[in-house]
Ligand binder design. Structure first.
Ligand SMILES: [Ca+2]
Length: 210
């Protein structure tokens, strides 16, 4: 139950107890935003960085494609309205979380992408209940490239998300960042090879329960 009280600020080089990862996830002290400036943690000295936009070659192809999480099969409809399929990416996972009705889960995220449409990279948050059918939160798109592009940007900057518990929750919290591809033809749902390159990043920091 790593999230019952206090904050989770990722202040060690290792992920805090209770957290695990799929794909490339590490804690960092800073990262250079695709908008040009250096990004610092919103709390303390480190943040979690989901996927690794620096583990690429000069053409921004992954150095080790097998190290990425395979996300083929995921389809999302972001707030941008651009239906999107996932290719690969990475996830930060916190299992065995118990949250009581009326509590608020708050976290900060910063989504950044180095791609261009139709490679609609995106970030999601999900609260999957241990018992199917119990209370939780379906995969929710936090931000996508198409959303940022309308503002002429490539990074969301730090934003706070609050989930107010409408019922008791027991289960797994998952933050995922994905290489994506805009769906232009619903009969073609396999991402193109190019969709697997040029990974975005999702920064997470200061997860709290109030
Ligand atoms: Ca921190």
């Amino acid at each position: 139950m790593p999230l019952v009280s206090g904050s989770n600020s990722f202040e060690s080089a290792k992920l805090p107890k209770g957290f695990k990862s799929r794909g490339l996830v590490k804690t960092r002290t800073s990262i250079k935003s695709p908008d040009g400036h250096m990004v610092s943690p919103i709390a303390g000295n480190r943040f979690a960085c989901i996927d690794d936009p620096e583990a690429v070659d000069a053409r921004r192809m992954r150095l080790n494609p097998q190290a990425a999480e395979n996300l083929v099969g995921i389809v999302v409809r972001p707030q941008s309205g651009v239906p999107t399929i996932a290719a690969d990416g990475a996830s930060l996972i916190c299992e065995g979380v118990e949250l009581k009705k009326g509590k608020r889960l708050v976290f900060a995220f910063n989504f950044m992408t180095w791609g261009d449409m139709p490679w609609n990279d995106f970030a999601t948050f999900e609260a999957l209940p241990t018992n199917p059918g119990s209370y939780g939160l379906q995969r929710h798109v936090l931000c996508d490239l198409a959303d940022l592009a309308t503002a002429g940007r490539r990074a969301s900057d730090w934003r706070l998300v609050t989930w107010t518990l409408a019922d008791d929750f027991t289960g797994t919290l998952t933050w995922t960042v994905a290489n994506g591809q805009e769906i232009t033809d619903w009969t073609l749902l396999d991402p193109a090879a190019e969709a697997f390159s040029n990974p975005p990043a999702l920064l997470i920091d200061d997860i709290r329960v109030f």
